[in-house]
Ligand binder design. Structure first.
Ligand code: NAD
Ligand code: UGA
Length: 460
């Protein structure tokens, strides 16, 4: 019976995942540790380090009862019988595989800490997203110990999406648990199954071998991102042909073999994982001598970059071939709604391209302004303003570019916003979130993604 869980890595995954495990398993003591002491202090404060709907309630309910955030890593390791490893695995920026392979230095350091401080056998669970066969290397590092300790390695990738993390954790489509096909491996796997089985129906807990589990995580993200790139590629064709991408997506998605989800066109996918995990997959394919397979998946990332470039290109074309010296209001900077996370947000790319065109930016986001300031810290002096509201950003602007699908943007007073802007006023809806016909009637020239622009210019 699992009594003491430790999670190493108190980030977007470790923090919420462990909070829900603690909530669902009051008899298990759950501790989350991190080398970042500031982050741990924030988890112990009233202002949690990440914004996630419903997270605060769960943390408040469990913290100090059976959920502990701590910077004492040695003690955490000593006391735990199960250790989840949830450290970051970013794309490598140096050396062999730079720009594609996963940087596993944080994982290896974690493994070395476990070896150093462990005083008994443990189950080590890979929660981080990792290249297939990482468990092999992890096992070698863990077993290079002179204490005779034994470690069982389990792969349990996380599928939560930011913004819906708590709902996803409470009611997952599936939980995936992979283990070694040995008696000890199977026993360890059953221990982890028994934790999730407290609240996840047994038929949704999928067990596989280690390598299938590791690879499934990369494949799941690649397939999701591929759908977004597919519909975005079609949005470009729709803009040229008079077809409407929403009608196409709705009609195609009604085929149950295709399905309706992840066919929403936009300015491109962002987030810390889609690009990183596809590049990791590409690297693995190259490593295993499959260049054609690598190229196939790389195109998903290339299409995503094309979509952001195309969006800015459309803006410049529409605004009489120049945005130099023009104020552009950026509504939304987070990579998706309901999060303050801006990692790989398409807004970063769009803003950089606009700055390269010498536009002046006025940015508003309900939750992501602090991160936006960091992401654009190297912008030319005076070229970027960060605003306290959408109305402030739009005041005096030539154009609005909506880049994040925050629902609250639908409720804005666009009549007033239109009045406060330069004319002709342009609105580029990078998420197809707004009521375009109404905005057109208010006077805006409206440029949606994947369907015809609504403009007051008439034919030349
Ligand atoms: P994150 O950067 O938010 O958190 C990782 C944490 O690990 C950081 O706080 C860092 O300080 C800590 N850390 C690094 N090395 C450490 C060490 N040696 N000892 C102790 N702590 C250490 O990352 P994240 O978004 O939580 O992602 C973690 C993993 O989960 C990644 O592999 C990611 O691909 C995967 N994942 C992320 C998401 C998501 O939505 N963000 C979803 C599914 C899977
Ligand atoms: C994604 C996956 O959905 C999770 O299952 C996975 O665990 C996670 O990555 C991870 O490994 O980190 P996340 O990146 O948080 O979750 O958010 P998504 O909802 O998948 O959105 C990703 C990006 O795609 C966002 O920028 C979103 O705006 C965009 N998107 C999504 C579209 O443009 N169109 C869509 O139809 C769906």
């Amino acid at each position: 019976m699992v009594k003491n869980i430790l999670c190493i890595g108190a980030g977007y995954v470790g923090g919420p995942t462990m909070a829900v495990i603690a909530d669902r398993c009051p008899d298990i003591r759950v501790t989350v540790v991190d080398i970042n002491e500031k982050r741990i202090a924030e988890w112990n404060s009233d202002r949690l380090p990440i914004y996630e709907p419903g997270l605060e309630e769960v943390v408040r309910r469990c913290r100090g009862r059976n959920l502990f955030y701590s910077a004492d890593i040695p003690r955490g390791i000593r006391e735990a019988d199960v250790i989840f490893v949830s450290v970051n695995t970013p794309t490598k920026t140096f050396g062999a595989g730079a720009g594609k392979a996963a940087d596993l230095q944080y994982l290896e350091k974690t493994a070395r800490s476990i070896v150093e401080y462990a005083e008994g056998d443990k189950i080590v669970v890979e929660k981080s997203t990792l290249p297939v066969r990482t468990a092999e290397a992890l096992s070698r590092v863990l077993h290079a110990n002179a204490k005779g300790l034994k470690f069982q390695i389990i792969s349990n990738p996380e599928f939560l999406a930011e913004g819906t993390a708590i709902a996803d954790l409470n009611d997952p489509d599936r939980v995936l648990i992979g283990g070694m096909e040995t008696p000890e491996g199977r026993a360890a796997l059953e221990e982890i199954v028994s934790v999730y089985a407290r609240w996840v129906p047994r038929e949704r807990i999928i067990t596989t071998n280690l390598w299938s589990s590791e690879l499934t995580k990369l494949v799941s993200n690649a397939l999701l991102a591929q759908r977004v790139s597919s519909i975005n590629s079609i949005s470009a064709l729709c803009e040229r042909t008079g077809a409407n991408v929403h009608e196409v997506a709705r009609a195609a998605g009604r085929d149950s073999r295709i399905g309706a989800k992840f066919l929403k066109p936009g300015v491109g996918f962002g987030g810390s994982c889609f690009k990183k995990d596809i590049l990791n997959l590409v690297y693995l394919c190259e490593h295993y001598g499959l260049p054609e397979v690598a190229e196939y998946w790389l195109d998903v990332v290339k299409m995503n970059e094309f979509q952001a470039a195309r969006f800015v290109g459309n803006m410049v074309d529409a605004m009489f071939n120049t945005v130099a010296g023009k104020r552009v209001a950026i509504l939304g900077f987070a990579f998706k709604a309901d999060t303050g996370d801006t990692r790989e947000s398409p807004a970063i790319d769009v803003c950089r391209r606009l700055l390269a065109e010498h536009a002046e930016l006025a940015i508003f986001d309900p939750k992501a302004l602090d991160n936006a300031k960091r992401d654009l810290a190297d912008a030319p002096a005076g070229a970027v303003k960060f605003c306290a509201s959408a109305a402030e950003a739009a005041e005096g602007a030539h154009a609005i570019a909506l880049l994040t699908d925050w629902k609250e943007f639908r409720e804005l007073d666009f009549e007033e916003i239109y009045r406060s802007m330069q004319k002709p006023a342009f609105l580029f809806d990078g998420r197809d979130l707004l009521d375009h016909r109404r905005l057109f009637e208010l006077g805006f020239n409206v440029y949606p993604i994947g369907c015809g622009a609504l403009t007051h210019f008439g034919e030349a």
